[in-house]
Design a protein around this ligand. Structure first.
Ligand code: TXA
Ligand code: MG
Length: 327
């Protein structure tokens, strides 16, 4: 069911969830001040409570209010990339409940740049928590139609067209002057470093990710309805071997059910543009399209050009969406 901004604001204020457009992917939103709405995000997505939500704001002031510390690294990154596809993980203030952060002392905060999303946030006057608007472990939505089909039209959606970036935000955890990329996106580590160096901010990169600081980084995620198989450079897809590998793989990993086919007779290839920006924009639409074409396996051939930093976010999604890999 599609709704306009005014109706979306009314629904959110009354403690309902609404799917909202952002430049990365569509989010399933609820206001941060209403625990009932936040609870509905988890039940609608079938998301486990251990996986924290990102809070979306429409000003620097709102971002600072939900954080208990805001240092020079946060300030420099916010100035360089907000509004935009960057999430900062920072110590939380008491305006953010433990339900939103899954009991973590930190909160993920993002100021998105999608015009309708910003208009909604401004009208609302309160930040919203929003994970991607898909069922837990499944392919993220980059169009209103994806949300409608995912939830059989039961979730109200504000249609803001196709998401311009197409994959989820880059997540950077900031702890004093040290920082860490928790999830790759179109904003790369090199761009983050450049921004900090330009502003002459001291920083260290911490490359070890601790599971308890990043509970949502499951091995599998973004899975289409049909199993995806990655074929690395120099490798060949072999249906018999693939079937055996899939048969032997565990049924569930980190609570995500692995998509397993009965046969692998009808492969379809996922083809993405060479340009990484365009590839990111098209990724989830193409993945859904091929899955709907009656194939029983989707093949993606990894090319050497996919191994560059600009493809890191896309390759992260494809690797997690894949049931098996030929490498
Ligand atoms: O682009 C995006 O980030 C989209 C749009 C809707 O803004 N949102 C999104 O949310 O991708 P979600 O919930 O699908 O992914 C957020 C990730 C999860 O893996 C979660 O574990 C992690 O962010 N996260 C959230 N808060 C965190 C925190 N305090 N510490 C560590 N990880 C956190
Ligand atoms: Mg998600």
């Amino acid at each position: 069911m599609k709704v306009d901004i005014q109706r979306a604001v009314e629904l959110l204020k009354s403690g309902e969830v609404v799917a909202i457009p952002t430049e990365t992917v569509y989010g399933l939103a609820a206001v941060i001040s209403n625990p009932q709405g936040i609870g509905k995000i988890f039940s609608t997505k079938k998301r486990p409570f251990f996986d924290p939500l990102i809070v979306h704001v429409s000003s620097l002031k709102q971002a600072q209010e939900i954080c208990s510390s805001w240092g020079e690294v946060a300030q420099a990154l916010a100035e360089a990339f907000w509004p935009g596809p960057l999430t900062l993980v920072l110590p939380k203030s008491d305006k953010v409940s433990d339900l939103i952060t899954s009991g973590l002392p930190t909160v993920g905060v993002r100021w998105p740049r999608h015009p309708q999303c910003l208009e909604l946030l401004k009208d609302l006057g309160i930040p919203v928590a929003a994970p991607s608007a898909n069922l837990f472990g499944k392919t993220s939505p980059s169009r209103a139609e994806h949300v409608e089909s995912e939830f059989q039209g039961l979730v109200p959606v504000l249609d803001g067209g196709a998401s311009e970036v197409g994959i989820e935000s880059t997540i950077v955890r900031v702890d004093g002057n040290s920082l860490q990329i928790l999830r790759s996106g179109v904003i790369t580590l090199s761009q983050v470093k450049d921004a900090l160096e330009r502003k002459k901010v001291n920083y260290q990169i911490d490359s070890v990710i601790h599971q308890r600081q990043a509970p949502g980084m499951m091995k599998h995620h973004y899975m289409p309805q049909v199993p995806l198989v990655l074929v690395h450079p120099g490798k060949k897809f072999d249906a018999v071997e693939a079937l055996e590998m899939i048969r032997q793989a565990p049924a569930q990993i980190d609570g995500v059910t692995l998509v397993k086919p009965k046969s692998l007779c009808t492969p379809k290839e996922l083809v993405l543009p060479e340009d990484s920006g365009l590839a990111a924009r098209r990724l989830y639409t193409e993945l859904r399209k091929v899955a709907d074409q009656g194939a029983d396996v989707i093949l993606f051939y990894v090319k050497p050009s996919h191994l560059g930093e600009d493809w890191l976010g896309i390759m992260d999604r494809l690797t997690k969406a894949a049931s098996i890999e030929f490498r």
